[in-house]
Design a protein around this ligand. Structure first.
Ligand code: KG4
Ligand code: ZN
Length: 340
């Protein structure tokens, strides 16, 4: 199928045209990050208004870049949740309106389902596989049996990994979102310089906890005031990043042993992190597991990833009805009943 896909769950207005859930004909992302940076985080009201302003031009550009006409689009895949309700409503309403006007089907997709299947845009992956999803709102280990069949093996009990990166950066006086800045500074720092905790490292579960790490960084800075840049800041970034990667790597290793899988997908914005990418490569090499991490442009929020499960659902008759609404929170384990 030739799909138009739309993503407006947070601070990126995105649209893409994707053939058969595999081939990206176009992918347009309009980021609001510079607008929200002034407030130190995403302001929901501003996000909704910006989506409203940007969505039509972004869709038109996606159609134009793909070199097709709207008339040949056979279906629409759109993020239904989780995310900011007002932001989701902008993309979801547009998808419903285009589908109704053109009399084509549309399907509401779980945002994390999009992240999970982003690597399918680069290569074929057989089921089942283990997935580590690390983003601004999620840190989850899933056992993926098929499209729509997900079992949560473990998840964060407080902050998500991306949230921890952004909060640590904020404590250090960096602008939002600071994850990428920590990554950059960590490359010149000594990861052994500052002793930080590894929360829940050996608790026997596959759950994560990152809020204590943020508190430890805060306490370290109170005792050892540092400037925003320089050797000490680089060392703190490197130590923090190593602590996060140690926990993500140990829990992923435990999940590999628990499931006996030989395929691992790592997805979500934090999968851009250079430290995490090399740790996952190392782990998979050592455990003889096939690793799939999308290129950085497919790790962060984009609409092309939404078209992958979208194509599966629409091709198999799982279209959504016009009465379906967005949802700010949505459990991946019970996804199929809601997709209908
Ligand atoms: O998946 P994503 O784009 O949006 C959500 O669904 O949340 O993830 C955004 C998160 C932010 O917290 C951002 O700081 C983090 O991903 N991030 C990174 C890096 N690039 C993005 N964190 C660490 N290192 C990076 N290079
Ligand atoms: Zn995301």
């Amino acid at each position: 199928m030739l799909l138009l896909s739309i993503e407006t769950s947070c601070d990126e207005t995105a649209a893409a045209v994707v053939r058969d859930g595999r081939e990206i004909l176009s992918s347009v992302i309009s980021s609001q990050i510079s607008i929200h940076a002034a407030y130190g985080g995403v302001v929901p009201e501003i996000a909704s208004r910006k989506h409203l302003e940007s969505l039509s031009p972004v869709i038109n550009q996606a159609i134009g870049d793909a070199g097709v006409k709207m008339e040949v689009i056979e279906g629409i895949a759109v993020t239904r949740g989780p995310g900011l309700s007002g932001a989701l409503l902008v993309g979801f309403s547009a998808a419903k309106a285009i589908a109704a006007a053109r009399q084509i089907p549309f399907v509401g997709i779980h945002h994390i389902e999009g992240h999970l299947f982003a690597p399918f845009l680069e290569q074929k992956i057989d089921f089942p596989f283990l997935a580590l999803v690390v983003s601004g709102g999620h840190t989850h280990l899933y056992h993926v049996e098929n499209f729509g069949e997900y079992k949560t093996l473990g998840k964060t009990i407080d902050d998500a990994a991306g949230e921890a990166f952004d909060k640590c950066a904020k404590i250090m006086g960096m602008p939002y979102p600071g994850g990428v800045l920590i990554d950059r500074m960590a490359q010149s720092g000594n990861p052994e310089a500052v002793r930080l905790p590894r929360p829940l490292l050996r608790d026997g579960t596959l759950n994560f906890s990152f809020s204590g790490l943020k508190t430890a960084v805060m306490q370290h800075i109170e005792k050892n005031p540092i400037s925003k840049s320089g050797k000490e800041a680089d060392d703190l970034c490197a130590s923090f990043q190593k602590a996060v990667c140690d926990v993500l790597s140990a829990k992923t290793e435990a999940a590999i042993l628990h499931t006996g899988t030989n395929r691992l997908v790592v997805a979500g914005g934090v999968a851009c992190n250079s430290g995490l990418r090399s740790r996952m490569l190392e782990l998979c090499k050592q455990m003889k597991v096939e690793l799939y991490i999308p290129q950085p442009s497919l790790c962060g929020d984009n609409a092309a990833m939404i078209a992958v499960p979208g194509d599966y659902y629409l091709s198999n008759g799982f279209a959504s009805s016009q009465s379906l609404d967005v949802t700010a929170s949505w459990d991946m384990d019970s996804i199929r009943e809601f997709t209908k």
